[in-house]
Design a protein around this ligand. Structure first.
Ligand SMILES: [Zn+2]
Length: 255
């Protein structure tokens, strides 16, 4: 659970502000560097436990998924002098930290009153992040890293939803709609099935819950199953031999 200073793991909007601040710090000859950017929920839990379930001084009030660091919208800036990190804020150095916060304010980066090195994206609400309402214009780098943190977390509190920017693998070529169009229709041997889900069954654009929902099929509705992809059935609703999307096979009863 080492520190992460990878800029790619920060949300791109925040990342840009951090990079501009680093440039300003360099121009002002203030020796601050990013000590930590993204922080995994496991590392957050470990830091939270310090001074609670294990000995040591308390270093954070935030448990897993309760720090902006888990969402890539916070970074800690610490003095780096002669190859050593320094949290010294006495004497002359007190002014340096004040200058850090002044330059940060210019980039709309917000400090925490109780944590000198911490800067986070302004106007972000933790409860919104926990519900999966992430800042707009995320990119694959940020989203994929967050996705890995989410899928790797199994404890409480529950991990937030996966960001929509997370890359999804396209279905295998054999399972695509375009491919089926090239087949002569007479060769398609569709099997009829009925929807058994009481509350209806989601028809998705691809074989997985990460694909967009196209519509919801009603209970008892008849569909033609064109093929299988893992636990998912490719279905045709009109009976014209063309695929309309995918449903989870567990809620389809073959006829
Ligand atoms: Zn921090």
């Amino acid at each position: 659970m080492s520190r992460d200073t990878n800029m790619a793991h920060l949300h791109p909007v925040f990342r840009q502000k951090v990079e501009l601040l680093l440039q300003d710090l360099l121009s002002a000859q203030l020796p601050f560097k990013v000590f930590e950017g993204f922080r995994s929920p496991e590392r957050q839990r470990d830091l939270f436990n310090q001074g609670r379930s294990r000995p040591g001084a308390r270093v954070t009030n935030a448990d897993a998924w309760s720090s902006m660091h888990q969402y890539g919208v916070a970074a800690d800036f610490v003095l780096y002098i002669d190859g050593k990190w320094s949290w010294d804020d006495t004497g002359e150095r007190k002014k340096w930290w004040q200058q850090l916060h002044k330059l940060a304010d210019k980039q709309q980066l917000q400090p925490l009153s109780w944590e000198l090195p911490h800067l986070q994206m302004q106007g972000i609400n933790l409860a919104q992040l926990q519900r999966g309402n992430y800042p707009q214009n995320g990119d694959n780098d940020w989203a994929e890293n967050l996705q890995q943190a989410i899928t790797g977390w199994s404890g409480l509190p529950t991990a937030p939803p996966i960001p929509i920017e997370a890359p999804t693998r396209p279905p295998l070529p054999a399972a695509t709609e375009a491919d089926n169009r090239t087949l002569p229709r007479t060769t398609i041997t569709a099997n009829k099935a009925r929807v058994t889900a009481r509350d209806g069954l989601r028809l998705r654009a691809g074989p997985g819950t990460s694909f967009d929902i196209k519509t919801t099929l009603v209970s008892g509705q008849q569909v033609n199953v064109l093929g299988q992809s893992g636990d998912w059935s490719q279905v045709d609703l009109q009976g014209d031999g063309l695929a309309d999307g995918y449903c989870h096979s567990g809620y389809l009863a073959m006829e």
